[in-house]
Ligand binder design. Structure first.
Ligand code: SF4
Ligand code: SF4
Length: 257
């Protein structure tokens, strides 16, 4: 079934690109699935926020969490590298990928329906608490549980295709074959700083000084993202920046290899 889910995501992405007349914007998505019984889901209340939801909270009777990563094409990443505001193509890729993820979710819902299963869908973004700037469903953490990557010093998930792209996830009451579920982590580190105490470039790139000795200041980060949102207001709500993920050894590949 995981193969069918992957094929459906790839097909939806191709149709989206064609029907919107877009230049090639995404590489082949990575897809994985975690059992709702995976003990790491319960840990999200400690690691992310006490109000983080469990699969069961999204869909009663949920058995699986499907996670996918849609990597950006290199040109989008290169255009956002360097100082200054987020590039226009980065802002646009963010908006288009969120819309693509909504299309993928609908398409997967109909695939699971054809197997007699229900899904619980979660929007790609803007599902966070505006005061705390924390989400009650972190797509990145679901991707970690599903084994798609490991966290870097910048708190982004480093996949086999790097960290530049977007994550989506949904839950379903479909029970995948046991062998298709991700094993329970921990997974091997990929970040060069965590592995060998070197690099650390991501933290030096932040124009907002959000990486402080006391920890990550998400309010500074979001203020910078809102500056970019104002700049690209005509495109939609592109509250993004991405300077701490572009132009790095982990942007487009697994740097540990
Ligand atoms: S830039 Fe270097 S330190 Fe930062 S996450 Fe990537 S590999 Fe780790
Ligand atoms: S997204 Fe931009 S503002 Fe936020 S931490 Fe990264 S570099 Fe800093």
């Amino acid at each position: 079934m995981l193969g069918e889910v992957t094929a459906r995501i790839i097909e939806t992405l191709g149709e989206y690109e064609r029907s919107h007349g877009l230049p090639k914007s995404w590489k082949t998505p990575l897809v994985a699935v975690a059992s709702a019984a995976n003990a790491n889901f319960a840990r999200l209340k400690e690691v992310v926020s006490p109000t983080h939801l469990l699969p069961e909270d999204i869909l009663p009777g949920a058995k699986s969490g499907v996670s996918f990563f849609i990597p950006f094409e290199d040109w989008i990443v290169h255009e956002n590298t360097g100082e200054g505001p987020a590039s226009r193509s980065w802002a646009l890729a963010y908006l288009q990928t969120n819309d693509l993820i909504a299309h993928i979710n609908v398409s997967l819902e109909s695939l699971f329906q054809s197997r007699g299963a229900a899904t619980g869908k979660i929007p790609a973004t803007h599902n966070f608490d505006e005061e705390r700037l924390l989400s009650d469903w972190s797509h990145r953490h679901i991707a970690y549980i599903a084994g798609l990557g490991s966290f870097g010093l910048n708190n982004m998930l480093i996949t086999s295709q790097g960290c530049c792209g977007r994550f989506g996830s949904l839950v379903t009451d479909f029970a995948f074959p046991e062998a298709e579920y991700a094993r329970q982590g921990p997974f091997p580190e990929r970040c060069l700083h965590k592995l060998r105490g070197i690099c650390g470039l991501c933290r030096t790139r932040c124009p907002a000084g959000a990486y402080t000795p006391e920890g990550f200041d998400r309010h500074r980060c979001y203020a910078r993202c809102l500056e970019n949102a104002r700049r690209y207001e005509s495109l939609g709500l592109a509250d993004v920046c991405g300077k701490c993920v572009t132009g790095l050894p982990c942007s487009l590949r697994d740097p540990s290899l």
